[in-house]
Write a new protein. Structure first.
Length: 149
């Protein structure tokens, strides 16, 4: 059984109460995907912060998490937490809208979002920064420009 934290319990409770069809990714697949993400995006998995050492862009905005659904328009989204949070689960959501519903109802927490091919990485940290890497880097940069305008 994968390690799970009180945050995963919150995700489970919210998805259940709102009838969001999210489910945990198989343990072996979650481990494989984490390894790919950590290597590809140069993440320090043991850090209590969000340490993405590959090329990124970020925007500081307490509501930036709610904009993620604008990026997630083409299929499943995988939500996961820092290992520092003592959680190995990865949650598969059918789309960005269902992920948004869950995040809007749950208490705030640090999280990452990707897809099954790790083509992008989004992170929302405890300083209200949305960070984008891979395919999401340019999209987050566009949010910076929109914020200035």
């Amino acid at each position: 059984m994968p390690k799970r934290s009180f945050i995963s319990e919150e995700i489970e409770n919210v998805t259940s109460s709102l009838k969001i069809p999210a489910h945990p990714l198989e343990k072996i697949e979650a481990k494989r995907l984490r390894e790919i993400i950590y290597k590809q995006y140069e993440i320090d998995s043991k850090s209590p912060g969000v340490m993405i050492n590959s090329s990124t862009s970020s925007v500081h905005d307490p509501q930036a998490w709610s904009r993620i659904r604008e990026f997630l328009t083409d299929g499943q989204a995988i939500l996961f937490l820092r290992e520092w949070d003592d959680d190995e689960l990865m949650w598969v959501f059918p789309d960005g809208e269902s992920l948004h519903e869950c995040l809007a109802e749950a208490f705030g927490f640090v999280f990452f979002v990707t897809d099954k091919s790790a083509s992008y990485l989004l992170a929302f940290d405890d300083h209200d920064c949305l960070i984008g890497a891979g395919r999401a880097e340019e999209w987050v940069r566009s949010l910076q420009i929109q914020k200035v305008d």
